[in-house]
Unconditional design. Sequence first.
Length: 19
Amino acid sequence: MTGRKNSFENSIEYHNHYR
């Protein structure tokens, strides 16, 4: 089960990199 978590983690990493 790494589909929904991947989406959530991807969102966080995206914002973290944008910071």
